[in-house]
Each structure stands twice: as structure tokens, then as C-alpha cells.
Design a protein around this ligand. Structure first.
Ligand code: IPE
Ligand code: MG
Length: 227
């Protein structure tokens, strides 16, 4: 969800105003994608590296989440959306951890769409978290395969992303779903997250449909399962 700061700067507003505008965008994007048949959406809202920002900005992002999680969850719940948190909750405020757990609990039986919210998420952190879990469970090395490893990630049984849309013009992964994105199609756009509209989403989906996904094989039909 990149570009909030620049959206605000372009309007001579404080960066926080951009982040608020970014949150307001969530419902619209989730609904638009749901209407187009997408069943899982993941938003990268706060990375394990975002703690390096000035403390005033980190505080603002935490306050915005704390204020918005209730109202946003109510709207998403009405729309049949299940909320799942991806990331390490431990460094977050106790009240925020509770609010996240409540949002997950309240929406857990919804099945119109799953919305993963990556907050204090980092791909490397997630991989280490999985390794620690596997060791703590005493799994023997011979039993560790891709399926087992995936189930120890924050995304658990969730399918790997087909398409990753990066807003705000950057062309890097920024520690997002490193394991899961092995064969994801990547689409980047200069459009800032708060300006993301249905037209740009349609362009991203059209671009995705044009891609030939071969998963390392020549024709898309690998002979040996995963390629
Ligand atoms: C939002 O956009 C990303 C978050 C960490 C919430 P940015 O804050 O990176 O916005 P730009 O890149 O400065 O425009
Ligand atoms: Mg940015």
C-alpha cells in the first residue's frame, strides 16, 4: 500500500493524512476485487522494517490501526469478509493485539473473501518464525517438505498469491511474502495507493490474464507436480 506519504505531500498535508486516506481506500479495493472474483486479498500495511521510520510516524500508524480496526472490521464483516493477520503481533501494544485477535475471531466464519492484513510482517521474519516452530515441534528433517514448511508460515493453508500489485512506482519486493511469491505474477504501477481505482485494478487483472504461467515448465503442464 505504497504512496500514502507522497499523496499527502502532493496536497501539502501531513503524511498522517495520507495514511488515513490509505485506510479509507481499503473497503473500496476489497469490494472491487471481490466483485471481480478474487477470493483472497493480502494488504501489506506495516513491515518489520517500518519501525525504522521516525517514531512520530510509527506512532501515527499504530494509532490509525487502533482507531480504524473496529469500524473497518464491522464493514468488512457485513460484506462477508474474513480477516486474518499476517505477522508477529508481539511487539504491538497489548490493546492492539487484543483488537486484532477480536477482529479475527468475529469474522472467522465469513467466506465471501479472505483479507490478510500484513502488519508487522516481514518475509524473512516469517521464515525464521516457521523454522523455530518446526524445530520446537521436533519435526525430523526428512519430514520437512514444501507443504509442511508452508503450513508453518503465517499464511498457513492460504494459496500462494497469483498476482502481486505494487503501487507507488517502486519495483522491488520489500520483504513481502518471499516464500509464497516464488511464482507470483508481478504488476507495478506509478499510481499511489490512495489513488488506486477500479480502472487501474482492471488493468492489473487484464495484464495478469495476458501472462503465460509455466511454473518453470515449458507449457504450463509440469510432469512432476511442483516445478
Ligand atoms: C504507505 O506508504 C506504506 C506504509 C508503511 C503505511 P508510504 O508511507 O511508503 O508512502 P510514500 O512512499 O512515502 O509515498
Ligand atoms: Mg513508500
Amino acid at each position: 500500500m505504497d504512496g500514502n506519504g507522497r499523496w499527502a505531500a502532493g496536497r501539502k498535508l501531513p503524511r498522517e493524512a495520507g495514511h488515513r486516506r490509505g485506510v479509507a481506500k481499503i473497503q473500496q479495493v476489497v469490494r472491487a476485487l471481490g466483485a471481480r472474483g478474487v477470493s483472497v486479498v493480502t494488504l501489506y500495511a506495516f513491515s518489520t522494517e517500518n519501525w525504522r521510520r521516525p517514531s512520530a510516524e510509527v506512532d501515527a500508524l499504530m494509532s490509525i490501526l487502533a482507531e480504524e480496526i473496529g469500524p473497518q472490521t464491522r464493514e468488512l464483516h457485513e460484506a462477508g469478509v474474513r480477516l486474518v493477520h499476517l505477522g508477529d503481533p508481539k511487539p504491538l501494544d497489548a490493546a492492539l493485539q487484543d483488537a486484532i485477535a477480536t477482529a479475527e475471531q468475529v469474522t472467522k466464519d465469513n467466506n465471501r473473501l479472505t483479507l490478510n492484513v500484513a502488519f508487522n510482517y516481514g518475509g524473512r521474519d516469517e521464515i525464521l518464525h516457521a523454522v523455530r516452530g518446526i524445530i520446537a515441534d521436533g519435526v525430523s528433517p526428512g519430514d520437512i517438505d514444501e507443504g509442511l514448511f508452508s503450513r508453518y508460515l503465517y499464511t498457513k493453508e492460504c494459496p500462494d498469491p497469483d498476482l502481486i500489485i505494487r503501487t507507488g512506482g517502486e519495483q522491488r519486493l520489500s520483504n513481502f511474502l518471499l516464500w509464497q511469491a516464488a511464482y507470483s505474477e508481478y504488476y507495478h504501477t506509478p499510481v499511489l495507493w490512495p489513488d488506486l481505482g477500479e480502472q487501474e485494478l482492471d488493468q492489473a487483472l487484464d495484464a495478469y490474464r495476458q501472462r503465460q504461467r509455466r511454473f518453470g515448465a515449458l507449457d504450463g503442464h509440469s510432469g512432476h507436480g511442483e516445478a
